[in-house]
Structures are given as structure tokens and as C-alpha cells.
Design a protein around this ligand. Structure first.
Ligand SMILES: Cc1cn([C@H]2C[C@H](O)[C@@H](COP(=O)(O)OP(=O)(O)O[C@H]3O[C@@H](C)C(=O)[C@@H](O)[C@H]3O)O2)c(=O)[nH]c1=O
Length: 182
């Protein structure tokens, strides 16, 4: 496995190293030791999977408030997605910066997202399946979000959204959220 930290400190791309032979391949997707050697979390308490029917489906941008903030290890096991992380850490020099990565069943890349980030994705194919390893239990009362089209972020989504939850359409803008908090 190849671990590469991105320009957002704490966000890593993990690329597999398939071992090929006449039968096909064998690919390690998780290694506690290799993760720990990079200083990454290794304890995940839930493994979830999301199926999206249509290309262009948009989910996010989600996170859980402290003390339920999650680390996520995301991969696309069928089809392809544009996977987005947004730095929301109050004291970060890259606060409100975002990055997008193409994760596909072919490239088997995984995105490691630390606590303090919002996460979202858009499907690039029909019939997409996304896998999440998550470090915290799902806590609906702590579960919140940021609007996918927030002008503070200006995320370059690749497609017009074709399907979204009502909840995701109605997340507040960062500016409104900050004003309410202060
Ligand atoms: C996220 C989640 C949802 N649910 C339930 C709540 C609801 O009835 C149904 C669908 O939930 P949502 O609409 O929140 O699903 P979705 O919009 O796919 O939420 C996911 O979005 C991406 C971007 C993430 O980063 C994930 O962590 C997760 O938040 O599943 C759980 O039971 N456990 C979970 O961990």
C-alpha cells in the first residue's frame, strides 16, 4: 500500500499494490501496522455501504460534531465517484479549503479523512457503491452538514446534481452558521 498525505494536513490517499498472477490478483486494503506507522487511526467501529442509482447523485457535505467527530476511510467498490473533503478545523491554515479525488473500483484508491473535515461525493457512473469505515458510532443528533454549493467553498462538482436528499439541499451556508454561532 502506498500512503500519500495531501496538501490538506491529515488527509491521505491510500493506493493499493495489487499482486498479480495467472488467476487474477490479491490486494491488501487495510493494514493496522502500516496505518499506525503513518500516524493514522486504526480503530473503526462501523463499516457502511451506500448504493446510488444515478450518475450525478450528490451526497454531503457531512460531519459529526464533537465529541462524535469521525475519521472515515472511503472507497468506491463499484463504479466511480468524485470524493470531496472540506477542512473545517477552526485553527487550520487551510480552513475552508477543499480537495476532490476520483475514487473508482478500478483504481481502488481510499481516502482517509480525519476528524474536523466535512465529506461529500458525487457519483460519476450509474449504480455506484461506496464503502465507509467509520471511527465513531452514528449519532443522528451530532450529524450535521454544510451546503454543497456554499460560495465560501466554491467546490467544482463535475456534474449537475441529479439526485440529492432534502436534508442535503437545505444545509445552511457557512456564513449564516458562523453568524448564528457568534
Ligand atoms: C450515515 C448513516 C445513516 N444512517 C441512516 C439514516 C437515514 O435513515 C439513512 C440515510 O442517511 P443519510 O441520508 O445521512 O445518508 P448519506 O447521505 O449517504 O450519508 C453519508 O454521506 C456521506 C457524504 C458521508 O460522509 C457518510 O458518512 C454519510 O454521512 O441511513 C444510519 O443508520 N447510519 C449511518 O451511519
Amino acid at each position: 500500500m502506498q500512503f500519500t498525505e495531501t496538501e490538506l494536513q491529515g488527509v491521505w490517499v491510500i493506493e493499493p499494490t495489487p499482486m498479480l498472477d495467472d488467476r487474477g490478483s490479491f490486494t491488501r486494503l487495510f493494514c493496522e501496522k502500516e496505518m499506525a506507522d503513518c500516524g493514522l487511526a486504526t480503530r473503526f467501529v462501523q463499516h457502511s455501504r451506500a448504493h446510488s442509482i444515478k450518475k450525478g447523485t450528490l451526497r454531503g457535505l457531512h460531519y459529526q460534531e464533537e465529541p462524535y467527530a469521525e475519521v472515515k476511510l472511503v472507497s468506491c467498490v463499484r463504479g466511480a465517484i468524485f470524493d470531496v473533503v472540506v477542512d473545517l478545523r477552526p485553527n487550520s491554515s487551510t480552513r475552508y479549503k477543499w480537495l476532490g479525488f476520483e475514487l473508482t473500483s478500478e483504481n481502488m484508491k481510499q481516502l482517509y479523512i480525519p476528524a474536523g473535515f466535512a465529506h461529500g461525493l458525487q457519483t460519476l457512473t450509474d449504480g455506484t457503491e461506496v464503502s465507509y469505515l467509520i471511527s465513531q458510532f452514528y449519532t443522528p443528533n451530532a450529524s450535521t452538514g454544510v451546503h454543497y454549493n456554499d460560495p465560501t467553498l466554491s467546490i467544482g462538482w463535475p456534474l449537475m446534481p441529479t439526485a440529492m436528499s432534502e436534508r442535503d439541499k437545505s444545509w445552511p451556508l457557512i456564513r449564516r452558521r458562523t453568524a448564528t454561532a457568534s
